[in-house]
Design a protein around this ligand. Sequence first.
Ligand code: G4P
Length: 530
Amino acid sequence: MADFKQEIARRRTFAIISHPDAGKTTITEKILFHGGVIREAGEVKGKSGTKAATSDWMTMEKERGVSITSSVMQFDYSGLRINLLDTPGHKDFGEDTYRTLVAADSAAMLIDAAKGVEKQTRKLFEVCKKRQLPIFTFANKMDREGKDPLELIDDVESTLGIRCYPVTWPIGMGDRFVGLYHRLEKKVYKYTKGQVAAEILEVSGWDDPVIESLTEKELYDKFCEDMELLDVALGPFEEAEFRSGMLSPMSFGSAKNNWGVDLFMEQFRMWAPGPGIYQADDLSPVDPNEKSFAGFVFKIQANMDKRHRDRVAFLRVCSGQFERGMKVKHQRLGRDLRLSYANQFQAHERDTVDTAYAGDIVGIVDTGNFQIGDTITDGKTLKFSNMPRFAPELFARLSIKDPLKKKQLQKGIRQLAEEGAIQLFIDPIVGEQEPIVGVVGELQFEVLLYRLNDEYRLDVRLERLPFSVARWPRKKESGEPLPLNDGLNGGAKIYSDSRDNMVVLLAREWDQGWLEKENPDVEFHTTAGL
Ligand code: G4P
């Protein structure tokens, strides 16, 4: 039997954060290639007639070539068992993307070297920062002319407020890219287009004449200038700073050409932390090495595979060991469940899992028992409420012509709300017949209509509403939610959410000031909390 502690110690669970088009799909396939999951780099990206993208589960994703729902892939690399969480990269993305980061122990931030830190990366980074997740940075597309690497560092440091530590440094870029100088190993990795492996040159340091012979004078002078500056201006690598998410090891390369991806993987192997400690609601730390099993659901997805017609709850194992068929205590429902069907995911396959350890992500086939944020344990009472909800910014009312299908619409919307795909609001006058949905990104509406049609056979009309803000009122003194029938001064329109909490929907954030003035005993929260 595998040693329990050793198994946990070799787990590494991470996510890649990036702005669309920075190259996340491309680098994912190169990482899977280095992990031996795919034999040929290029197998992943689904273009018509080729294999579908590894992480694409839904037809719509395949049709559009974008990754809408996050999934997870598990593979071995250099003795480590890696869980790579996929965060949807489309410009309009949902809460799913953010929540995935709650299940990761570190993140890799991928930036397009020509564009620097872009909007979506910034948003995702904020979630990482809140969790103090250690972050690696990879500047991609060095085969093209991009920003000066020093400018990139400045961009990351000033936009995100963290310190960068360049582990590698490019010698040239674009057509004049020669390779990478590894500052810690004192080696040059020389890359040539179309060649899988780098040519490795041992050097005495960045000022070794060998490097001078590799490139033209102008580039070499610039390289030396940069290296001198890095040595004096950018302090050393401090592991503690990295572990608290304040210092990011930075590397350069090209995902498309497979340049520097191996070096990034090596840094990941050296520094990526194993399963971290999660804090339970009662503030007690849950150590991954504790024997007793505990985990939480961070994502629910229905109909991942038409052949299976099921719903999968993604569980992050926080401590102990998960066994297929084990009896667990569902903390919210307060009862025992037997988890007979559980999967782990690898490339296009899903494998039945017999044993999983802290750090692993397990997909549990669910018949409706789970909601996002649910905690399960092997018996002891424990709850994690670390699952953030994000304030929706776009709202729409849904309706359906056929009166016989209204019940079906309610059911579909309830399920999708439980999955976390949307947030549900009910107008007390109209009722659930015409539900209101709130989302974080525009694409969620499109996905919603598609799924209602595809999975529930519903042809739904979506009418946009002029709100951009949802607020959950709570009593200032006790912090308790306001009862639904209490009402508010100031003419606010009151709705309820899927858990019967009072919500007000406002056109502008500015309107909140007015409500606060009119209701001095009430606080307005951006989320309901779980
Ligand atoms: P995403 O998942 O982050 O959205 O990005 P994706 O990997 O799909 O890459 C977006 C585009 O950037 C793709 O081009 C991809 O080939 C290109 N790309 C990725 N890495 C590099 C790199 O290192 N250098 C260069 N020059 N390009 C890179 P596309 O035209 O949309 O698709 P394709 O026809 O090239 O596959």
